[in-house]
Each structure stands twice: as C-alpha cells, then as structure tokens.
Design a protein around this ligand. Structure first.
Ligand code: AMP
Length: 326
C-alpha cells in the first residue's frame, strides 16, 4: 500500500512557470511514489478575496485544467475542491480549540502577510487561523507526508503540533505528516524578483510562443553588459537561471561564453524563448483538449470529490469516536 500525501493550491488564476517548478513538477513526480490527493483550496480565497467569491468556481476549474495540462493524472491521484468536502470545516473547528491565539500570532507567514497587505489592525479571525484550516485540510486525509515549498514549511509544523496535541488528549488518530521539501525552491520572474502572479513578472503555462518571446525580451540580464561582446556576469541574470533549468546540458558552456563576451543577451533571450515555447507545446495541446471538453473536467472533479470524501469521512469517524462526540 502506497503512503498518502496531500497537496493544494489556491485558485488565484492562471499558473506560471514558478508554480510548475516550485510545486507541480514535484506533484507529478510524487504521484508515482505516493497516493496523492490534490486539492483546490477555494475556501482559502476567503482570507484575502472575500468580495470576489463569484470568480472562485471558474478559477477553480481553470486551475484544474492547468494541473491536468501539466501532467497530473486523475486516475492515480484524486483532484478535488476543498469546499465540496465539508469534513474540512468540522475538523477545522475541532483543531481550532487545540491552538492558542499567541501561537498563531507568532506565525511568520501570517505576520508577513499582515504587513504586506497592511492588515495588522484588522486581520479577521479566519485569516489569523488559516494555518489551522490548512492543518485540517491535511489531517482530514491523515497523510504520511506533505510536499511544500520552503515558505509553507512553518505551517506543516503547526499541523504536526496539532496532530500531536490531539493524539495526546484523545488517543492516537493522526500521523504526524513529514515535510517533503520541493526540489527547486524559487524561480525568478522576468524582473529578477520571485515570479508571482501579482508582480507582473510571470510567464504563464498558457502563454503562447508570441507572448513568451515578447516577455522574454524584457527579462532582466546583466546591467553591466551593454554591448554584445562585453564580458557578462551570469550570476544574477534571469535568462541564465532559466537556461540552467530548461537547457541544463549546455549551461556551463554558455556561462563561459557569456563571461568571455562571446554571447549577446538578445540572442540568448531568443534561444530561451524558443526552448520554453517548445517545452510548453504539449501542455497547450492538452489545455486545448480540456477547454473543449469541460464536461470531462467536471467529471474528473466529481470523481475526485467522491474519493476524497470517502477518506475524509473515514478519518472523521475515528475523530468523533476518539472524542466521544457526534
Ligand atoms: P501561489 O499561487 O503563489 O500560492 O503558489 C502556489 C505554489 O507554487 C506554492 O507551492 C508556491 O511555493 C509555488 N510557487 C509560487 N511562485 C513560485 C516561484 N516563483 N518559484 C517557485 N515556486 C513558486
């Protein structure tokens, strides 16, 4: 019997290359090693986007189409929508009694978000507690591991604490899930900062070759390399970071050429644009198929919901029994 893992993403819009290398690529690799549950975390949109709930259902379907296009196999791994499985909310309520407000206020990710969004004084009770909902999302499938980026590792720690605390009070129900850290932590965007939907620096999985080419031409390279034959400094260069990822076999040689002033940035950008576009081609073919066959996508979600619900109900049965409740 394979071990279980749970992973999820919020339906914030189209996915980009950073989401692929930081999350999806790992999910695809792991689905052969583990029994993987893949969740569209739509309730988590309420923490920051409460006024736009009308967009959530369509965005959730778009995320699933991106996942399927990238290579997630719903036969191996159920793909489901968090809000369709009400057991998450029940477990969230129970876990919320096992954590102190002070512990949540210490959480570095929530602190950072509060500062970035200017929410310090008016953060909602639900937003402060989103790591508890995340813990419920995980523990309701009682997985053995959770694949996450470094930025989310602190939340798995809260999940492990909550599992321990529950087991200590009510008896052993939950595993303490391990963290499986993702292989490539952070892909830079076109401006050299972390690639992100909100920063206008992303290449999306759905971008066509023209868009890729146009965007790649704006990428940040070495500001000291003005003419083609100036010697370059590839360390901070975005195109070089993409080269290492998409053309690893020639990265070393190209780095030498760049340093020796034998390679111009424009030619290098063209080469990478072409490479990324041809890498995206099979994803686009699958996206076109799923866009034209939305019924199939809905059926995949219904099937995933059913399989996820079965597991969640089984775990909640054990929780209620251990607590002598409900
Ligand atoms: P987000 O939509 O920003 O919450 O990201 C969804 C997933 O993609 C998370 O697991 C992130 O860690 C990962 N991710 C987002 N942006 C990047 C990036 N630029 N490089 C690597 N991973 C990323």
């Amino acid at each position: 019997m394979k071990k279980r893992i749970l992973s999820g993403m919020r339906p914030t819009g189209r996915l980009h290359l950073g989401n692929y290398v930081g999350a999806l690529e790992n999910w695809i690799r792991l689905q052969d090693m583990y029994f993987s549950y893949h969740m569209v975390a739509d309730w988590h949109m309420l923490t920051t986007d409460l006024k736009h709930t009308g967009d959530v259902a369509e965005n959730s379907i778009q995320v699933v189409i991106d996942w399927l296009s990238a290579g997630l196999d719903p036969k191996k791994s159920p793909i489901f929508i968090q809000s369709h499985i009400k057991e998450h909310a029940e477990l969230h309520l129970i876990l919320s009694m096992l954590v102190t407000v002070a512990r949540l206020q210490r959480n570095p990710t929530v602190k950072e978000q509060a500062r970035d969004l200017g929410l310090e004084a008016q953060m909602s009770y639900g937003h402060l507690g989103y790591p508890v909902l995340q813990s419920a999302d995980i523990l309701v499938y009682n997985p053995h591991a959770v694949p996450v980026g470094e930025d989310q590792a602190a939340h798995v720690e809260i999940t492990r604490e909550l599992a321990r605390r529950f087991n200590h009070i009510f008896g052993p129900v939950f595993n303490e899930p391990e963290t499986v850290l993702t292989r490539f932590a952070r892909l830079p965007g076109l401006d050299g900062k972390k690639m992100s939907k909100s920063m206008n620096n992303a290449i999306f999985l759905s971008d066509d070759p023209k868009d890729v080419q146009k965007k790649m031409m704006t990428a940040y390279t070495d500001p000291l390399k003005i003419k083609k034959d100036d010697p370059g400094h590839p360390d901070g260069c975005v195109i070089m970071a993409y080269h290492k990822l998409y053309l690893p076999e020639s990265a070393e040689e190209i780095e030498c050429d760049c340093k020796a002033g034998k390679l111009g940035c424009v030619a290098h950008k063209r080469q990478l644009a072409q490479k990324v576009s041809s890498w995206l081609e099979p994803l686009h073919e699958r996206r076109t198929y799923f866009d034209a066959n939305r019924d199939e996508v809905i059926d995949i979600i219904k099937d995933g919901d059913m399989r996820a619900r079965k597991q969640a109900q089984e775990v909640m049965g054990k929780v209620r029994e251990a607590m002598q409740l409900g």
